[in-house]
Write a protein that binds this ligand. Structure first.
Ligand SMILES: Cc1cc2nc3c(=O)[nH]c(=O)nc-3n(C[C@H](O)[C@H](O)[C@H](O)COP(=O)(O)OP(=O)(O)OC[C@H]3O[C@@H](n4cnc5c(N)ncnc54)[C@H](O)[C@@H]3O)c2cc1C
Ligand code: SF4
Length: 598
């Protein structure tokens, strides 16, 4: 089994997985390692990170010095291909263009999806995050608790490799001893942030990122991950030895050819392929989940993007892992006589309650960090430290529910055309000798603080099928509706106020005052690229789309493995939770197949 074409797929599979990112990769991995025969249907092209990752190229070798363009928004060498804020031939629409009511949708059309680029920030949701309604009466509780997901967080962390520390802080769970890898040292700017953060009561601890700070323990981990499955253990042990530890030098957003960080294409798909149980059909756009007369899913119809022809693949079970909004689109477009309103939609809730993360940024130049002697502190190509939410005890005084964490950016990484490299006090970039002088003085003295906060689901934030617009294959597209509540808006204002105080505590000067109106501080819905919801899980078929195992209430052999099932969106970045839930769901599917229920 391998990369196949529509003409060489098998007649029938155990499971079809739609999508190959964090959710699809994890689903395919767990299922194939346990012997299920899987077809992965992926809309993007096949992508080989070993030969296509531009790890070492410098920006001076790129057009526009590597700066972002509409087809490469994060810079010329960024890992995302055939994707971005707009995808040619694949539009989406917004019901309103009013500021604060529109939604931005980032897609990556490639094998591995957004995991080829993602920031690798891998935080566990805490116990409060699964039961938010019980704490503050807002949004929904999940039908599962932290204890249900914890063993799967452990497994995912052991498989992909996550660096970080256990600090025992509230709602910031520890991992079992020995699971996390050692974090890289804090950089000088981060040490200053920690010192001055203390005066404001803000903790600064090691970040958790899916990066191998040392090689994985291939002798013991496979047995912990696949007890009683000698074949899976052998495949994984061999694969782990082909992943090198990080050499602390290159931007992770370009991808990692040595497989030191997590991408579905470097961590999930290789061992899944090695089982011989995985077929992948790439450049294949799923358009509909098909059902039989009894209302059971029979497979998936997809468009071969190379020919424009439609094909059908058959399976006992369908797992949707196309990304939360795309999964909602697929369900809504899967209309039949039995399901005229779309599949799994008897509650009318498919597409409803979509959420993103609350985002607001701030930054400043810190004179104390100027004129440092040349030194190399690059470390991992991403965050080394962060601040988990610290004001749980003040919840009633803040004027908004829930909280946020702070992602910290500083250091002397490779200069980029769109960074603050060589700027003077007025933010102007100079030329020639003056540029060199400014660069030497200010290099590494800029600090960025990024708030990432909890969003409460609301009835005004949803996606639906646009009645008029189709993509280039004639598939109806999504129309977004969006609204932040006052909780998120006030939270964004709080972020900027706090960050401005922090810059001053470091001896920096804020160029402007934080805006007291959070509407101006908050970034547009979708722009943090943490969209979840749209097929939320719950404890009854009338109030949710999926049950506590992520299975559609209405169709017993359709499961949702991506963030669609999130019943709330904690401040924690969602991907580690997506993978943990996808593993749990795949285990359930395997059990149900063994029992003859699927
Ligand atoms: C710049 C950036 C930084 C990020 N940083 C972080 C971070 O630090 N931490 C974090 O937790 N998250 C981060 N994220 C978010 C993270 O990437 C997503 O949460 C994660 O990738 C979601 O996994 P997924 O499998 O649901 O979706 P994806 O990774 O998007 O994969 C979905 C796949 O499905 C395919 N697909 C879609 N529709 C169809 C269809 N109809 N037929 C067939 N295939 C289809 C897509 O082409 C894609 O390959 C970041 C994202 C971006 C872009
Ligand atoms: S910093 Fe490390 S993990 Fe990131 S791309 Fe470079 S080698 Fe890979």
């Amino acid at each position: 089994m391998a990369i196949v074409t529509p003409d060489t797929t098998a007649d029938k599979y155990d499971v079809i997985v739609v999508g190959s990112g964090a959710a699809g990769g994890q689903s395919a991995y767990t299922l194939t390692m346990d012997g299920a025969r899987v077809l992965m249907i992926e809309a993007g092209r096949n992508y080989d990170p070993r030969s296509e990752t531009p790890m070492f190229q410098t920006n001076d070798a790129a057009p526009l010095r590597g700066a972002g363009t509409p087809d490469k928004p994060f810079g010329y060498f960024d890992a995302t291909i055939d994707g971005g804020w707009s995808v040619p031939g694949e539009p989406y629409t917004n019901a309103s263009s009013e500021r604060g009511r529109d939604f931005k949708w980032w897609r990556a059309r490639m094998l591995g999806g957004r995991t080829n680029h993602w920031g690798r920030i891998a935080l566990r949701n805490g116990p409060y995050d699964f039961k938010p309604y019980s704490r503050d009466g807002l949004g929904f509780d999940w039908p599962i608790s932290y204890e249900d997901v914890a063993p799967y967080y452990d497994k995912v962390e052991m498989l992909v490799g996550v660096y970080g520390t256990n600090e025992g802080l509230k709602n910031t769970p520890n991992s079992p001893e020995g699971v996390l890898l050692p974090p890289p040292k804090a950089k000088i700017g981060e040490l200053l942030l920690r010192q001055r953060g203390r005066t404001l009561g803000i903790p600064v601890i090691a970040a958790h990122r899916a990066v191998l700070s040392r090689a994985l323990d291939h002798a013991s981990l496979p047995a912990k991950l696949h007890p009683g499955n000698a074949r899976a253990q052998r495949i994984l042990a061999e694969d782990m030895q082909n992943r090198a530890a990080c050499f602390w030098a290159t931007p992770c957003g370009r991808g990692c050819a040595i497989r030191a960080n997590y991408q579905s294409t470097t961590v999930h798909i290789p061992p899944a392929m090695a089982t011989g149980n995985l077929d992948i059909v790439a450049s294949a756009m799923a358009r509909e989940v098909t059902v039989d007369a009894a209302g059971k899913a029979t497979g998936v119809t997809y468009v071969d993007k190379a020919t424009g022809r439609e094909h059908h693949a058959a399976a006992r079970v369908v797992v949707l892992a196309a990304g939360a909004c795309e999964t909602a689109r697929l369900l809504l477009n899967s209309k039949s006589a039995l399901f005229p309103g779309g599949l799994a939609n008897s509650s009318g809730l498919v597409g409803k309650y979509i959420m993103d993360t609350v985002g607001a940024d701030w930054g400043g130049h810190i004179p104390l960090l100027e004129n440092l002697p040349p030194h190399n502190e690059d470390g991992a190509g991403g965050m080394h430290v962060y601040s988990p939410w610290w004001l749980y005890k003040d919840a009633s005084k803040l004027g908004f529910a829930r909280g946020y964490h702070v992602e910290i950016g500083t250091g002397r990484g490779m200069p980029e055309a769109y960074s603050h490299f060589g700027e003077d006090e007025g933010g102007r970039t100079s030329y020639g000798a003056k540029l060199k002088e400014e660069a030497r003085r200010t290099y590494g003295s800029y600090v960025s603080l990024t708030g990432r906060g909890d969003m409460i689901p609301n009835a005004d934030s949803y996606c639906e099928i646009d009645p008029k617009v189709v993509d280039k294959w004639g598939i109806p597209v999504l129309r977004f509706n969006w609204k932040w509540s006052e909780h998120e808006i006030r939270q964004a204002a709080h972020m900027q106020r706090t960050f401005a105080d922090w810059i001053e505590a470091m001896g920096g000067t804020n160029k402007k005052k934080p805006d007291p109106d959070g509407r101006k501080a908050i970034q547009p819905g979708g722009s943090i690229i943490h969209e979840v919801g749209g097929a939320i899980m719950g404890s009854s078929a009338s109030t949710s789309v999926t049950n506590s195992w992520s299975r559609a209430w209405d169709v017993k052999n359709v499961y949702v493995a991506d963030g669609g099932v999130f019943a709330s969106n904690a401040d924690k970045n969602p991907t580690l939770t997506i993978m943990a839930l996808a593993w749990r769901t795949a285990d359930r599917i395997l059990d149900e197949m063994r029992r003859g229920n699927l």
